[in-house]
Ligand binder design. Structure first.
Ligand code: NYM
Ligand code: MG
Length: 188
C-alpha cells in the first residue's frame, strides 16, 4: 500500500531457540502473502565489524568486554540508515536479534561468576552454555518490562509449525498497524 511504513519485527531469545528458522519461515510467508519483507540478523557478520565479532564468538580472538559490547552496538548502527530507508519505503523488516541481545548477553557476563562466560564446550561459540543462557533469559525478561516494544512471548517448546503460525499472525497485525510500536517476539 503506497505511503505505508513497513513494520519492524524483532525476534529475541537465547541461543538455539529457533529464531533463525522462524525468521526465514516468517519472511517467506509474509512475501507469499504479498507483503514486502526482508530478513536481517545481528550480529551481521559480513561487515568489517561483523568479522571481528564473528572471530570473537568463535573464540579465535579475545576482546575486552566493554569493547566487544560497543562493537555489537556499532554493528547495528552501521545498518540503521538502510533499515530506516527500507521501513520508510514500506518494507517490513524481520530482525533476528537486536539491541536486546546486546544488553542481555553483556549483562549475563556480570550476573554470574566471571569464568562462566568463557567456559563453553569445545566446538561451540562463546556464551553457549546453560548457566550463561539462563542469565541471558533473565535479563531478556527484565528488559521486556522496561521497553517500549510491543512484546509477545512465544513458547519455543512447541512444533516449528505451531510457533510459525503464532508469529505469522502477530506479524500480520503488526504490518496492518505499522504506525504502532515495533513488535518484539521473545522465545521462552
Ligand atoms: N550477541 C548478539 C551478543 O552477545 N550481543 C549482541 O549485541 C548480539 C546481537 O552473539 N550468542 C550474541 C548472542 C549469540 C551470538 O549468535 C550470535 P547467532 O547464532 O549469530 O545469533
Ligand atoms: Mg548462535
Amino acid at each position: 500500500m503506497a505511503g505505508r511504513r513497513g513494520a519492524l519485527i524483532v525476534l529475541e531469545g537465547v541461543d538455539r531457540a529457533g529464531k533463525s528458522t522462524q525468521g526465514r519461515k516468517l519472511v517467506a510467508a509474509l512475501c507469499a502473502a504479498g507483503h514486502r519483507a526482508e530478513l536481517l540478523r545481528f550480529p551481521e557478520r559480513s561487515t568489517e565489524i561483523g568479522k571481528l565479532l564473528s572471530s570473537y564468538l568463535e573464540k579465535k580472538s579475545e576482546l575486552e568486554d566493554h569493547s566487544v559490547h560497543l562493537l555489537f552496538s556499532a554493528n547495528r548502527w552501521e545498518h540503521v540508515p538502510s533499515m530506516k530507508e527500507k521501513l520508510s519505503q514500506g518494507v517490513t523488516l524481520v530482525v533476528d536479534r537486536y539491541a536486546f541481545s546486546g544488553v542481555a548477553f553483556t549483562s549475563a557476563k556480570k550476573l554470574g561468576l566471571a569464568d562462566a562466560a568463557t567456559r563453553g564446550e569445545f566446538g561451540r561459540e562463546r556464551y553457549e552454555d546453560r548457566a550463561f543462557q539462563e542469565r541471558a533469559l533473565q535479563s531478556f525478561q527484565q528488559l521486556m518490562g522496561d521497553s517500549t516494544l510491543n512484546w509477545k512471548v512465544v513458547d519455543a517448546s512447541r512444533s516449528i509449525e505451531a510457533v510459525h503460525e503464532e508469529i505469522r499472525a502477530l506479524s500480520e497485525d503488526a504490518i496492518c498497524n505499522a504506525a504502532q510500536r515495533p513488535l518484539g517476539v521473545l522465545w521462552k
